[in-house]
Design a binder for this molecule. Structure first.
Ligand SMILES: Nc1nc2c(ncn2[C@@H]2O[C@H](COP(=O)(O)OP(=O)(O)OP(=O)(O)O)[C@@H](O)[C@H]2O)c(=O)[nH]1
Length: 244
């Protein structure tokens, strides 16, 4: 994990990806979290309008955590989100990831919106074509999001940025906690290795491990800050834009 300390302040980098128009920027713009009264700097990059062909690999390598967003009223955005989820976990199998179904305030449309589709079926014995029509919900059902999340071993929430739903805060909370727990595990491992080496050369390392179990105020970074980053300066092809 590339989480790093700036002074005493731990930093977590979150990439937000998904089809265009699912509400990624609004989601970021409205987030202000305080966790456990300690400072935690959170850099969030909204990888705008990414599609599967132009999958934002650089952003995924750059990030400590990932939020994949789709719009529950747009089946295409769900298909894209599930493809992206798989890609993310292929690249970074241990990365804390959350799947968000946004625009839950439009949930009532689930009952109304159905798409009539026609299937062309060739009957084996009769030897002729039969056409069967039936209605398919055009909106993405909650259970579909839940299933995709289980299949990809990540958390799932339906949220409404428009209604500032509490589930958004839960999602961030879970993600940040997961990041801190990964960070804590890695720091413990690092400490153990250095302690072991210190023992081997007769100079045990007595440095205390920083307390990783701390939270703080989320600071959404600006584009200019992102591009100041050493990591991103080296990555000329990175086309992400910041969330504000
Ligand atoms: N009803 C509803 N509309 C929303 C919600 N969240 C965002 N929107 C609307 O969805 C539209 C798209 O939102 P954006 O934040 O621009 O979407 P985006 O994913 O950043 O789009 P790109 O910048 O093209 O990648 C805007 O009109 C938002 O106001 C929501 O929770 N409910």
């Amino acid at each position: 994990m590339k989480t790093e300390d700036k002074g005493n302040m731990p930093k977590v980098r979150i990439a937000v990806i998904g089809k265009s128009n699912v509400g990624k920027s609004d989601l970021l713009y409205k987030q202000t979290l305080t966790v456990n009264n300690s400072a935690l700097e959170v850099e969030i990059v909204d990888v705008s309008s990414c599609d599967v062909q132009a999958f934002p690999e650089e952003a995924i390598y750059w990030a400590d955590a990932c939020i994949v967003v789709y719009d529950i009223t747009c089946r295409d955005s769900f298909a894209q989100a599930t493809d992206m989820l798989q890609r993310v976990l292929q690249l970074r199998s241990q990365m804390p990831t959350v799947l968000l179904g946004n625009k839950a305030d439009l949930e009532h449309l689930r009952q109304e919106a159905v798409t009539s589709i026609t299937l062309k079926v060739k009957l084996r014995n009769a030897g002729y074509l039969e056409f069967i029509s039936y209605a398919l919900p055009s909106l993405v059902e909650d259970v579909e999001g839940r299933t995709a999340a289980v299949q990809n071993n990540c958390q799932f929430y339906e949220v409404s940025v428009a209604e500032n739903s509490p589930a958004i805060y839960n999602a961030f909370d879970v993600l940040l906690n997961e990041c801190r727990s990964v960070q804590s595990t890695q720091k413990t491992r690092k400490f153990s290795v250095s302690k072991m080496i210190g023992t081997l050369i007769g100079n045990a390392n007595s440095k205390a491990v920083p307390n990783a179990n701390q939270g703080g105020t989320v600071v959404v970074c600006h584009k200019s800050d992102l591009y100041k980053s050493r990591v991103l300066r080296r990555r000329q092809n990175f086309t992400a834009t910041a969330s504000l």
